[in-house]
Design a protein around this ligand. Sequence first.
Ligand code: ASP
Length: 429
Amino acid sequence: MKLYTKISIALILGGAAGLIANIGELEWLTDALIFIEPIGRAWIRLITMIVIPLVFASLIMGTTGLGDITKLGRIGGKTVAFYLCTTAIAVTIGLLVSNLIVPGSRIDEATLAALRNTDPSQGAALVELAAERPSLMQLILDMIPSNPIAALASGDMLPIIVFAIFFGAALSALPVERRAGVVSFFDGVNEAAMVMIHWIMKLAPYAVFALIGAVIARFGLEVLNSLLLYAVTVVAGLILHVTITYPLALRFLARVNPMAFFRRVRAPQLIAFSTSSSNATLPLTMETAEDDLGISTSVSSFVLPLGATINMDGTALYQAVATMFIAQIWVGDISLVGQLTIVLTATLASIGAAGVPSAGIIILIVVLQQALPPSVDPAAGIALILGVDRILDMIRTAVNVTGDLTTASVVAHSEGESLAPGVSIDRAA
Ligand code: ASP
């Protein structure tokens, strides 16, 4: 049985067990599912353990393997431009569906009054967290590590990327015999990391069962009554983005068969869904890009870690819908200028969101502060939508990872790479 099939079965069984515990109010089953949840958490730690060594080693390999180092500037420019474009499209789709469905206006008066009275205290803690964020200039400065070992130790992705590229570039400037030892060392690290991923993935179905069972068992189904339309709007937007934007980009910019692409990226999508973390999914995303899509290490080792850190189409789209929903609840509609502010702030805010669970809702506070009138309390807005956020986080993370893999395919094609047979339109299976 394929790994993807096993993970799917685990997902369905875990979801069903959680749902039975939830609907049937079976306390013993809920307790049992919560008891085994640490199996899932342990697995997330196991796969996250690979992220830093893998990114560091593969990026050094990727940079030295480029041959011509100026290529890197070109790849970087294309990657960032494509990331920004797809994110802006995602936000626009989010605004479109919010204007069409108007999730905040189809709520009866009694529910509306209850929603407006949501206790803001839960949101207040997150607002405090958001206020601790450094300034833009500081963020840019922080990309240059004053101590690369400290960056590696604390897992700061952007400074690690900067140092690995710089180091890889310097390495490729050395005569072959001087660099051979270092290159083969990092090659070995890279290969060993890949073997570790294979082993860890064998345990994935158990982890998925444990994670999903606990999430669904804990989920308050009653919150769906008032937030269902909001959740449906987010999911509708995400579905549109995945079924229109990505297939078009794949077909016309990467010359990739979208159906074949989606068949091959199912495993990272499911793991992103189960873990709600692009970072934890990154090792599998990289393996899928190289082994299943045929993307070179040079492209995947750069585009994907950068994507897990700055490219969050699903998160940006969700932020647009959430902002519109909160506005509709408190101030009615939002002007065109206000909506354009959302496009800008949500695009930038999603870049600042880390690839970890719930990062999106913390950064949403920044969007709310920028785009909504001061009469709307961001803490109350956040508290309002918190109930369904865990589930939406899972779905948007799967979209974020799909966006990273789409971009990697587009960039690889634009660099003259032909993707795997069966995926590439130009190469039969
Ligand atoms: N969990 C998301 C991710 O890792 C970020 C978010 O909260 O939207 O991609």
